[in-house]
Design a protein around this ligand. Structure first.
Ligand code: G3P
Ligand code: CA
Length: 293
């Protein structure tokens, strides 16, 4: 699809053209009760459009994703901008526009960051895409899919107040690798569904190794204590009993990032509740193949 069409669609969504859909959107707790595994678009449909931009989110909605994942971090002036990396170097033209390298998002205002081109690095057809702020990204996604908001930096209170002010608590899922952020979030808004990303190190500052990487009883205990109800785990670090153990505790398991049908089928056989992918149509294919067995 031509990016201009995606951008126009994005504008239509932003203008509320799909407003009737909003009433039908399930809340986060209701979506977790889905009888089938959920299709989750990673940074939008980032296999087809520049990650974490409105065209990528529009493409994910067109691909029918149940949830659309994005990453946010605070700017120098306290805005919340949608971008994965700590610097703007990889996914914008910051180095050519500003010279040098290591252009940290935290050192720039939202207005400065929005002068950057966030589309051309992916494909010239996406030139002109800008870094969205969190509000406009949610305005686009929330009427048609559940946003999966990943915290990359900043405190929990800012995000809680942001979501509460827009009446979006539990109209989204919030996830983080930082489980102390999750604990803080849970204390401030215990009703919000949270996902704990892993594997992560715990206490010693070193990356997890060997069995610590597997989703097991110790991690399940810790993530539940942090207020999370979903383990969002690297798919390579699931053991044969991980999903069973999580379900026995009333927890869900989502896995990332899966971009091939064979791996998706293996994980579906393990009983995962959601799969995060850069190519949502491949997951629909895997689900259809599995249903036809
Ligand atoms: O949603 C899972 C995944 O997004 C976590 O890793 O680095 O892509 O943010 P990352
Ligand atoms: Ca992410």
């Amino acid at each position: 699809m031509h990016p201009e069409h995606l951008s126009r669609l994005g504008l239509l969504f932003a203008l509320g053209a799909l407003a009737p859909v909003a009433a039908a959107m399930p809340s986060a707790p209701d979506l977790l009760k889905s009888p089938r595994p959920l299709v989750i678009a990673h940074r939008g449909y980032s296999g087809a459009a520049p990650e974490n931009t409105l065209p990528s989110f529009s493409a994910a909605l067109l691909a029918g994703a149940d949830l659309v994942e994005l990453d946010y971090r605070p700017t120098r002036d306290g805005a919340l901008v949608v971008i994965h990396d700590a610097t703007a170097d990889r996914t914008t033209d910051a180095r050519t526009r500003w010279g040098g390298a290591r252009h940290r998002v935290a050192d720039r205002t939202l207005a400065e960051l929005r002068t950057l081109d966030a589309g051309r690095w992916f494909d010239a057809r996406f030139a002109g895409a800008v870094l969205p702020d969190l509000g406009e990204a949610l305005d686009l996604i929330a009427p048609a899919a559940l946003p999966l908001i990943e915290h990359k930096a900043g405190d929990a209170r800012t995000c809680v107040e942001f979501l509460r002010g827009r009446r979006l608590l539990n109209r989204v899922v919030v996830q983080s690798y930082d489980w102390s952020y999750l604990r803080d979030f849970h204390a401030l808004a215990p009703e919000q569904v949270l996902g704990a990303l892993g594997p992560v190190e715990h206490g010693d500052g070193l990356p997890p190794t060997g069995p610590d990487k597997l989703l097991g009883p110790a991690q399940l205990e810790r993530l539940a204590a942090a207020g999370a109800s979903i383990a969002v785990w690297n798919h390579a670090n699931l053991g044969p009993d991980s999903v069973r153990a999580a379900h026995a505790r009333g927890l869900r398991v989502w896995v990332y990032t899966v971009d091939d049908v064979a791996t998706a089928l293996r994980l579906l056989d393990l009983g995962v509740d959601g799969i995060i992918t850069n190519h949502p149509p491949l997951l629909w294919k895997a689900l259809a193949l599995r249903a036809a067995r």
